[in-house]
Every structure is written in structure tokens, then in C-alpha cells.
Design a protein around this ligand. Structure first.
Ligand code: 13P
Length: 245
């Protein structure tokens, strides 16, 4: 049985004054079986990780190298040292803003695993790719090229985030979500074997909110959500945690 994961990606939002949201989330998290993760900006990881034992904290990216002359970058070891246990890699905003490729994501994932972090690898099609009926091909290609060998149910989470659903208020139909999640599950089982393939959690991300979370959570092979805007306020994210159970 895979434990559901409610993951909040704060993106480039959050100041010291927003740390109080964690106190509320901590109480909600205690009342549910669902694992709760917040990925704040790097500046808040250290403080946040000391506020709650019930909520896991993660980074939003890391460098593929362990250290060195990379001004402005952050290493996986630094994230772990600050109290993070997870890192999001390959988010479509990183792929678009910094030209991150599947090969980059794969290299970063290896480095993050070496630092002991669990990795959420993000994949997803653009609107043009969906309209051209290329979704499954794109997802299959990203999945095989972004995820290194040696994946386990402990060190890997996949997030299916259709690029056109992020921050737009649009979501795929439940059938469309199910089709992609079932495909990802089948690919994981084929590559890593049934044991590992069935234990990796697959999250849905893209305009998930308190209203649609319960329906999305019922879809086959949806093991939780990667939530942007609706994770910023504990009042909203709490309802998503409750919906995920
Ligand atoms: P929204 O929930 O704001 O659409 O963002 C989703 C996302 O990109 C999470 O990583």
C-alpha cells in the first residue's frame, strides 16, 4: 500500500512571516495518514525544518555537482544539511527558464540520491503536445531519460504535471489523468520490476485545489498531489491534505 503524499511547492514565494503556516499544517498533518511535504524557497528550509517533525521539507532544485564554482547555485548536500529530505527536480518552470534537459534531471537526481535526498521527478506535456496526441510519447521519453537506474519506492516519486495545467485553473479530465498515471505505472514496472514499479508514488500536479482534490485522489494510480498556488495558505492546503486522506 502506497502512502499518499501531499506536496506543496511554494516556488518563489514565502518570507519569514509565512513560516506560521507550518504550525497550522502540522496539526492537520497529525490527524491524517497522508505524508505532508512543503518545498519552500531555499531561504526558509532551515527554519521550517526546525518547526515541525510532522512535515517533511524539500528543496525545489539542486546542482548536478556536489560543490564548486557555481555562483548562486545550491547543492543537494546543502539542502540536506539545512534539513531537507526531499528535492523537486525537472519542474517544467526549471526546464523552461533554465533549459534543463532530461539528461540534466537525471544527473541531478543521482547527485541528490548520493546526498540522501528523496527526489520528485517532474514530467508533463505542453498543450501543443497534447493537442497533437503526443502526450504518451512525451511522458514515456521524459520518464525514461530523466530517471536514473537504481530507483526505489523510497528514493523516487514521479509528478505528472501537464505544463498547460500549471497555474491556469485548467485540469485534464479524470480519464486523461488516469490514462497517464496508468501508463507511468506500467513503464515503472517494466523498467524496475513489479516490486519497485508498484512502490514508487505518482503525484498529479497542475491547478489542484480544495475543490478538485478529492476527485483527483480517487483516480487510479494517483498517490497524491504536487500543489503550487493552493499550498501557500494552510487553510487551502489543509483541505487538500484532508481530501488525500
Ligand atoms: P499550481 O498548483 O499553482 O497549478 O502549480 C502546480 C505546480 O507547478 C506544482 O509544482
Amino acid at each position: 500500500m502506497r502512502r499518499k503524499l501531499a506536496a506543496g511547492n511554494w516556488k518563489m514565494n514565502g518570507l519569514d512571516e509565512n513560516l506560521q503556516e507550518i504550525k497550522t499544517l502540522s496539526e492537520v498533518s497529525n490527524a491524517h495518514d497522508c505524508e505532508v511535504l512543503i518545498c519552500p524557497p531555499a531561504t526558509l528550509i532551515h527554519s521550517m525544518s526546525r518547526m515541525s517533525n510532522d512535515i517533511a521539507i524539500g528543496g525545489q532544485t539542486c546542482h548536478a555537482n556536489t560543490s564548486g564554482a557555481h555562483t548562486g547555485d545550491i547543492s543537494a548536500q546543502m539542502l540536506a544539511d539545512s534539513g531537507a529530505t526531499y528535492v523537486i527536480l525537472g519542474h517544467s518552470e526549471r526546464r523552461a527558464d533554465y533549459n534543463e534537459t532530461d539528461a540534466d534531471v537525471r544527473a541531478k537526481t543521482k547527485t541528490a540520491w548520493d546526498a540522501g535526498l528523496k527526489v520528485i521527478v517532474c514530467i508533463g506535456e505542453s498543450l501543443g503536445e497534447r493537442e497533437a496526441c503526443n502526450t504518451i510519447d512525451i511522458i514515456g521519453g521524459q520518464l525514461s531519460a530523466s530517471v536514473p537506474d537504481n530507483a526505489t519506492g523510497e528514493n523516487l516519486v514521479i509528478a505528472y504535471e501537464p505544463v498547460w495545467a500549471i497555474g491556469t485553473g485548467l485540469t485534464p479530465t479524470l480519464d486523461q489523468i488516469g490514462e497517464v498515471h496508468d501508463f507511468i505505472r506500467a513503464q515503472l514496472e517494466r523498467r524496475f520490476g513489479a516490486g519497485v514499479g508498484r512502490s514508487v508514488r505518482i503525484l498529479y500536479g497542475g491547478s489542484m485545489n480544495p475543490k478538485n482534490a478529492a476527485d483527483i485522489a480517487q483516480v487510479s494510480n494517483v498517490d497524491g498531489g504536487l500543489v503550487g498556488g493552493a499550498s501557500l495558505k494552510a487553510a487551502d492546503f489543509s483541505q487538500i491534505i484532508t481530501a488525500l486522506g
